[in-house]
Design a protein around this ligand. Sequence first.
Ligand code: PMP
Length: 287
Amino acid sequence: MSRIAYVNGRYRPHDLATVHIEDRGYQFADGVYEVCEVKDGALIDTTRHLARLERSLSELEIPEPMGRKPLVAVMREVVRRNRVRNGMVYIQVTRGVAPREHTYPMAGTPSALVITARAADPRKAAKTAENGVAVISVPDNRWERVDIKSVSLLPNVMAKEKAKRAGAKEAWFVDADGYVTEGSSTNAWIVTADGALVTRPAEHGILKGITRAAILDLAQRDNLTVEERPFTLEEAYAAREAFITAATTLVMPVVRIDDHAIGNGQPGSIASGLRERFHEVVEVTAV
Ligand code: PMP
């Protein structure tokens, strides 16, 4: 079956879908994005994802391409047309098309909107989660506004490639003081010896993950202890468990960080339990 992409008001065959060469996303990485999970033919946590999209746009003064309701309608249509049961929807909004000047284009220049959907095999992800993943650490060399979900992802791309070359699945950024900020495309968590979940506060230095927020909800519902505080790489090496979260990864146990096995080197029971119960606390929008 051929894939379909939504591009600026039109549904196009994926292979033929194009944007203009002077799209500011292409020339300046002047745009933002969102990734939503699709599970059993439904969108997961759209309200939170679209609220974050609106915030990213407003921080950059990029006009919203359309309201939240029509945007959800297009997301559902893209999922439907691609017959995705499990996988993800990708939304990208850029500051539109204009002659190449660093300054923002003329008022009224429409922002550009692309939405795609892609299937993923949940059984494959489950298998990965049974084994856990390895993580490497890299210096955090990103700009200060990583709270904005910008498509400007070069440090993240380079970090993830370095992880891949080292046989790992993710790279954890470490700030100048030795504290872990987050993964290149995931939030970072550890579990202390007495079972507390530790993750960095989302005010500075990280993207406020939607999956992270759902896990905080789940932890509260299940009376787990949570410490929102920075943690060092050394503390992570010695942690009882570690895991990463993101909309497409869900909760993924980490069994190795650099040369250190985490816990007994197997996925921990807390991370695995959170992964199992994750969808009990999310918003589900039928397609
Ligand atoms: N941090 C970064 C840098 C990311 O790219 C992502 C994935 N978008 C996350 C964290 C996790 O966010 P979410 O749970 O909303 O997918």
